[in-house]
Ligand binder design. Structure first.
Ligand code: NAP
Length: 321
């Protein structure tokens, strides 16, 4: 029997389809945005990395709910395409594109400055943009590129927008992290590209751990302000997230993913839950799984002393730029 015969064998096809159906049933989230009638009319939301993948479906949902939505994207072409698509699908013309490169602190400051100038309020900030598998690169700010994009840029952006969110409270900050944070480590020299191993998603895992640590510490610092800050894992989702990986990895991911992984629309569910669900009013400093359940993050992400230190380091690194 050849490999082709094996994979085309009806028994194999049926058992794979059955297994995929069971996996799909099991990972059904306990919350469904389609049955949630929360409206966001009069609210303003920013979604970073909203031109594709999970971010695009988060923005689409907010636009359907009537929000003023700002797509924070780095590519004008890709951002404009998403803008037209979201406006056309929702009929909401109050959707706008603003450009930001989160790996560059000047760009983050420029973006935040424009938001502060143009927007009267900000009720939802979803830090969704992220990269994985980038080769070693140091940005002009002196940061390792994945750390700059996934953590330091969003960290700075959030801090620059805090006052506006305070004056718009109740407001929510949602950070799209990953279950991979459990494999991450904290070593502050990583921010400058030192002591890193560029193997598979190791660098990415560290950045996703910092996401949760600093979101928790932020939540502690802003407890009485009416702003909540939570982190969330979207699931394993078929997006462009592996675009920097070798072709064979992307192919394997896509083949397996076809049966077992989430669509970008499904991946958007848990971040949307954190951003809009009424039952989460006032809930802060928590980490949510992709099925929308409240779960404990890794022990390092719960270390309060480490969180204080990490937050201070990130503040120091970004404030001088
Ligand atoms: N997919 C998964 O299985 C999975 C699992 C766990 C967590 N996540 C997290 O989910 C989030 C969304 O990922 P995704 O799967 O939707 O990936 P994606 O399809 O690759 O989308 C990533 C988005 O981030 C944007 N982005 C990347 N670098 C940027 C920069 N320097 N400045 C501004 N925007 C930038 C991208 O813009 P361009 O299109 O212009 O590059 C794109 O819009 C990420 O934080 C990721 O870590 C994903």
């Amino acid at each position: 029997m050849t490999w082709l015969d094996f994979f085309c064998h009806p028994l194999w096809v049926v058992s794979t389809a059955l297994l995929a159906a069971v996996v799909r049933l099991q990972r059904r989230p306990r919350w469904d945005p389609r049955t949630c009638d929360v409206r966001l009319t009069g609210k303003t939301a920013i979604v970073t990395g909203a031109n594709t993948g999970i971010g695009k479906f988060i923005a689409l949902d907010f636009a359907r709910r009537g929000a003023r939505v700002i797509l924070a994207c780095r590519s004008e072409t890709r951002g404009t395409a998403a803008l037209h698509e979201i406006r056309a699908k929702t009929g909401n013309l109050d959707v706008h594109l603003r450009l930001v490169d989160l790996s560059c602190m000047d760009s983050v400051r420029e973006f935040a400055g424009r938001i502060l100038k143009e927007e009267k309020a900000l009720h939802i900030l979803v830090n969704n943009a992220g990269v994985s598998g980038l080769p070693k690169e140091i940005t002009k700010d002196g940061f390792e590129a994945s750390f700059a994009t996934n953590h330091l840029g969003p960290f700075l952006l959030t801090n620059l927008l805090l006052d506006l969110m305070k004056s718009s409270s109740p407001s929510r900050i949602v950070t799209v992290s990953s279950v991979n944070h459990k494999k991450g480590e904290v070593d502050f020299s990583h921010f400058h590209g030192e002591n890193l191993v560029y193997c598979m998603d190791q660098v990415y895992n560290h950045t996703k751990l910092h996401n949760i640590i600093c979101t928790n510490e932020l939540a502690r610092r802003i407890k009485e302000t009416g702003i909540t800050a939570n982190s969330v894992h979207p699931g394993v989702v078929m997006t462009e997230v592996l675009r920097h990986y070798p072709r064979w990895i992307r192919w394997s991911f896509n083949i397996i993913g076809f049966f077992f992984f989430k669509s970008p629309e499904e991946g958007a569910v848990s971040p949307i839950y954190c951003a809009v669900a009424e039952e989460l009013e006032g809930v802060t400093g928590k980490y949510f799984h992709s099925d929308c359940s409240l779960v404990l993050p890794a022990p390092l992400a719960r270390d309060a002393a480490l969180a204080v230190k990490d937050f201070e380091v990130c503040e120091r690194l970004t404030s001088k730029l």
